[in-house]
Design a protein around this ligand. Sequence first.
Ligand SMILES: [Zn+2]
Length: 243
Amino acid sequence: MRASLNGMWSTARSEALDVGLPVPIEIRVVRSARRLRLRFDDVKGTLKLTCPPRTSRRAALAWALDQRDWIERQLARAAPLEPLAPGALVPIDGVDTAILWRPDLPRTPTLIETELRCGGPRESVARRIEAWLKKRALETMSRDVADYAATAGVTVRSVTVGDAGTRWGSCSSDGRIRLSWRLILAPPDVRRYVAAHEVAHLRHMNHGPEFKAFEAALFGPGLAQAKAQLRRLGPRLRRIGRG
Ligand SMILES: [Zn+2]
């Protein structure tokens, strides 16, 4: 049983609550670990507990519980997660937009100026808004990529959106571009900079000086600002739709 946990995080939400921890805890057995180690993932809002082999789950959880003061300090310091709930503000193209929910409105969200209106059952509002954002992200960024590809004279085979950890985009040598749907939350220049960056990789599959010059020419003025803005906004964008 323990061996099957090797290298994999297993979430123990109910156990965490049983032992009195305020947030879910993910436990991973690591063969090379010498001692128990606890880390707080403030993007997911979970604790990550690394255990050496042959540590019982119960002992590991008891040890984690002893770190309660440390855990409370991490929670107090962490920025809040931002679920896509009625009344919340979600930035769309970088513009804070209020989520308005009323059961009699259409189920499919509609964007009207700075209001995102959504009806249907309350418990599925977050899921429907996320699906709507992903669809908008795919449509918008497919256009961004097509524009840059035309300018660059390269062929893009496919554009897809996903949610890959800390990566905003990736590009394969055969022309498949994958972008984070969360970029639709960022101001257009920030989102377009990532599209230009990935398209530029279809000419240079590295980050060398030739790539940098090509990327800068493709994006035009403001590249450094867009890059800096993504670095600044990134942590918040990753908290949206979670919690
Ligand atoms: Zn790159």
